[in-house]
Design a binder for this molecule. Structure first.
Ligand code: FAD
Length: 497
């Protein structure tokens, strides 16, 4: 409530925020979490909490009147359509050179992501977080994160015969015929549930194509893991549809946090102020960076240092499709949860997720999301004229990522005698180079913060999300975000509380 005092306030309920809340609560600290998205605990008129991927509706997009689907076209037909402007689950946030997709709601990105839960190879770790001791990460914090998230491997015997993974087996065949290592990757999906979906025994979720607008069953989002455990402590409360707009030092000590309560059209219903002894920025790479950049520039947090807003990367994301021959159908039933990737990181700088294209019809298409070792980094800056935070990303920078992804797919196409699809991103475009699913950086560890996420210049303020990671994780990021949060919060609780 307005005017109240809390010991620890957490901005955002994604991976970093959920880890902070659980560990603080278990250490006896009362925590209040502020989340600008919805709670996602109430079914809509169709009896379901989340909309299907093939039928986006008012629940699907964050405050835009028209969908902006990552795949904008199919077979030459535009897919986007008008929807009511609503506090939906997926934010396609536009900056000048890039659209950044993010989850909105209690659970953050865990509500919309593909559940791929990948621990980077240990010898690549120094490149990802150079100031963090790999020994403690691989002995303690990665295992703790994987356990907390409920990460498991698909049963490979079942996978070999599952109709829903024919697309992935085609992906394996083509990778191996060109000499690329094909690797299984763990996931947070409940595989027993998926087996029952395939057997027709339970309502379908992954096998109904549910993913980017939420999964009604089967996926262990943070709502079912860290946040459920946090709630069970009795010490964690969550305010959904509340957006933090300012944090500044309070005269009486601690910080004054200004919060807008919004309705599902985005209109502000009330403005509240809360005093917090300590504040954890866990609004995601973009959310945390935008807040800190503005608060530094406008003088609310004058002590923040010159590294705020810097070191931002897109994890080198680039998408593409390949057109297979008629003898390589990828299946009209495709599980929305990916299980595998092609690893050409050492030789070509690319790790490609063999992704589903769950259209419900046979497309003979193979679809991939590549993560690449791009050196490009952008920065956020405050624009007083527009009252917005800009990002200095240049669309042309994606060419390095495209070149790295081509180290895999040009070779596969040459070997198979196949071509790229040009009907997925509009106007004969082969490469999905306009977006990222993996924003990282903006409050980089040991630069904007100390080596455990304490923001320089303002004791009691912390960054504890993807903003700490300087732009690239070599694989999908949420396990690393979670493991780093586990490492940092342990030290923060021991020394600061
Ligand atoms: P987030 O999870 O983004 O959480 C931040 C939260 O803060 C959000 O809920 C947001 O609404 C809230 N917030 C922001 N600003 C404010 C504010 N001012 N006030 C209050 N609340 C605020 N990663 C993988 O590892 N594997 C995958 O398979 C994968 N697939 C993906 C698929 C899609 C479509 C997308 C979009 C992402 C995917 N990712 C995947 C990326 C992964 O989800 C993110 O890296 C991860 O969620 C980031 O965690 P975080 O804790 O930094 O922040």
């Amino acid at each position: 409530p307005d005017g109240s005092h809390v010991r620890a306030l957490v901005i955002g309920t994604g991976y970093g925020g959920s880890v902070a809340a659980l560990r603080l609560a278990r250490a006896g600290v009362d925590v209040h979490m502020i989340e600008m998205g919805q709670a996602w605990d109430t079914p809509g008129p169709d009896g379901k909490v989340f909309a299907n991927t093939t039928k986006p509706d008012y629940r699907s997009f964050w405050l835009r009147g028209r969908t902006k689907q990552p795949l904008s076209q199919f077979l030459g037909f535009p897919l986007d359509k008008d929807v009511p402007c609503h506090t939906g689950i997926l934010d396609a946030e536009d900056f000048a050179g890039i659209t950044v997709y993010q989850g909105r709601g209690v659970g953050g990105g865990s509500l919309v992501n593909g559940g791929m839960a990948v621990t980077p190879l240990r010898d690549r770790f120094p490149e990802i977080l150079p100031t963090v001791d790999p020994a403690e990460m691989y002995a303690t914090y990665y295992p703790r994160a994987n356990a907390g998230l409920g990460v498991t491997e698909v049963d490979q015997n079942w996978w070999e015969g599952a109709d829903a993974y024919q697309y992935a087996r085609v992906g394996r065949k083509h990778a191996q015929r060109s000499g690329f290592p094909f690797v299984f990757v763990p996931n947070v999906y409940d595989w027993d549930y998926m087996k029952q979906e395939a057997a027709g025994a339970v309502p379908k979720s992954a096998l109904a194509g549910e993913v980017i607008y939420g999964n009604n069953h089967g996926k262990k989002s943070l709502q079912k893991t860290y946040l459920a455990q946090a709630a069970a402590t009795g010490r964690v409360s969550v305010s959904a549809l509340h957006r933090v707009t300012s944090v500044s030092p309070a005269a009486t000590g601690g910080y004054t946090v200004a919060i807008d309560q919004i309705d599902t059209t985005g209109a502000v219903l009330a403005t509240k102020t809360v005093r917090a002894d300590r504040v954890f920025f866990a609004a995601g790479s973009v959310g945390t960076s935008k807040l800190l950049t503005r608060l530094k520039a406008t003088g609310a947090l004058p002590g923040l240092n010159e590294h705020i807003g810097k070191g931002w990367g897109d994890n080198g994301n680039v998408m593409c499709g390949r057109a297979n021959h008629m003898w390589d159908p990828t299946g009209k039933l495709q599980s929305a949860m990916p299980t595998a990737g092609i690893d050409n990181w050492e030789a070509g700088g690319a790790f490609a997720e063999v992704a589903p294209l769950p259209t419900g019809i046979e497309t003979y298409a193979s679809f991939y999301l590549s993560i690449t070792r791009t050196p490009r980094r952008a920065e956020f800056s405050w624009n007083p004229a527009t009252g917005r935070v800009d990002l200095s990303w240049d669309r042309a920078w994606k060419q390095t990522s495209i070149d790295m992804a081509k180290s895999i797919f040009d070779k596969i196409n040459a070997k198979e005698g196949t071509i790229y699809r040009s009907d997925l991103f509009g106007a004969y475009k082969i490469w999905g180079d306009h977006l990222t699913y993996h924003p990282l950086g903006g409050a980089v560890l040991d630069r904007a913060t100390d080596n455990h996420g304490r923001l320089h210049g303002h004791p009691g303020l912390y960054a504890i999300d993807g903003s700490l990671i300087p732009g690239n994780t070599s694989v999908n990021p949420f396990v690393t975000i979670t493991a780093l949060a586990e490492r940092n919060i342990e030290r923060i609780i021991a020394e600061d509380f």
